[in-house]
Design a protein around this ligand. Structure first.
Ligand code: PEP
Ligand code: MN
Length: 346
């Protein structure tokens, strides 16, 4: 059960509600938003009596029973879609948002060239890893803080928002001081201490689906971040591991539509890691637009043949420019279907 307090409720009023819940034998988990407090009720058994009692309290705006194991992120809790704002850009709103850039930040020239190139094509965020999760300890591990500084330079030059990965709870504060969105990679989707720390990081989070994770597990991980105080979470389908080896991963494109049913959080698609092959990226991107993703995160490198990581799946700048042009009619349709949904909601 989730209880929304009325706007600007006092601490005393909130405490009264929490006490009532505890009297029924449940645990309380409260989240303080800017304007209102939301209280999660955790425990076993039938909550009907507790719900009825709490709902009657004057300071309570709404009490809802949520059957899904993920509470705050479920559509049951919030029927309307959430918009996450980063660097002044709305994700999950009425614009289709593209994030683009190299897999790794390599040097100043590379990242500035990438940033200027993708900005000119309409991307709103620059991606680029400064902390890289690599399968081999002998592969390039990222420039760490130096990479973050280069991303910041690229932001100053182009105005693009920055999205970059954080791998450890130790580095959250550092990465949050440079980035507009913190990316949690597939390999860390269930790093629960990292997820808890993100609850207090003050930045939106892009949570990528683990390569062997179910949709429910992805949503439970998002729930961790939200339950620890940060409701600005964006989900990302990036392909899962199957018996098929012809592509790097198998894109679970249905996940995008299903997530849109199950959660109010924005959902984006990563066609680069989903395929591992640059020739497939434009087609999968079109599929992402068509199925109702809120945006894309695409790997783009000024010289993919020289990339230190993921060159085979990276588009060069002319290829990215062409893909963005070719997506235009699809994005137009996307926009009109968004407007139709919004009109129905009104
Ligand atoms: C990446 O975005 O470069 C990356 C490592 O992605 P994933 O975590 O999805 O493998
Ligand atoms: Mn990559």
């Amino acid at each position: 059960m989730i209880i929304s307090m009325k706007r600007h409720s006092t601490k005393e009023e909130i405490d009264q509600v929490c006490e009532r819940i505890r009297d029924f034998g449940y645990k309380v988990h409260s989240i303080e938003g800017e304007e209102r407090v939301v209280i999660g009720v955790v425990g076993m058994g039938d909550v009907t009596a507790c719900l009825e009692s709490v709902e009657a309290m004057p300071q309570v705006e709404r009490a809802v029973r949520i059957s899904a194991p993920y509470k705050f992120v479920s559509r049951e809790f919030r029927p309307a879609k959430t918009q996450v704002v980063a660097n002044g850009v709305e994700i999950g709103g009425d614009e289709f948002i593209v994030m683009a850039g190299p897999c790794s930040v390599e040097n100043e020239k590379q990242i500035l060239e990438a940033a200027e190139g993708v900005a000119a094509c309409g991307a709103k965020f620059l991606r680029g890893g400064a902390f890289k999760p690599r399968t081999s300890p002998y592969d390039f591990q990222g420039l760490e803080e130096e990479g973050l500084k280069l991303l910041h330079k690229a932001k100053q030059a182009t105005g693009l928002g920055i999205i970059t990965e954080v791998m450890s709870d130790r580095d959250v504060e550092l990465v949050a001081s440079y980035a507009d969105i913190l990316q949690i990679g597939a390999r860390n989707m269930q790093n629960f201490s990292l997820l808890k720390t993100l609850g207090r990081c003050g930045r939106p989070v892009l949570l990528k689906r683990g390569m062997s994770s179910t949709i429910k597990e992805l949503l439970m991980s998002a729930e961790y971040v939200v339950a620890h105080g940060n409701s600005d979470v964006i989900l990302c389908e990036r392909g899962i591991r199957t018996f098929e080896t012809a592509t790097r991963n198998t894109c679970d494109i249905t996940a995008v539509a299903l997530l849109n049913e199950l959660t109010h959080l924005p959902v984006i698609l990563d066609p680069s890691h989903a395929t591992g092959k640059r020739s497939l990226v434009p087609a999968l991107s079109r599929a992402g637009v068509a199925i109702g993703a809120d945006g894309l995160i695409v790997e783009v490198h000024p010289h993919p043949d020289k990339a230190v990581s993921d060159g085979a799946q990276s588009l060069d700048l002319p290829q990215f420019a062409k893909m963005m042009r070719d997506l235009e009619p699809y994005v137009k349709l996307w926009k009109s279907s968004r407007e139709a949904v919004a009109a129905v909601a009104v």
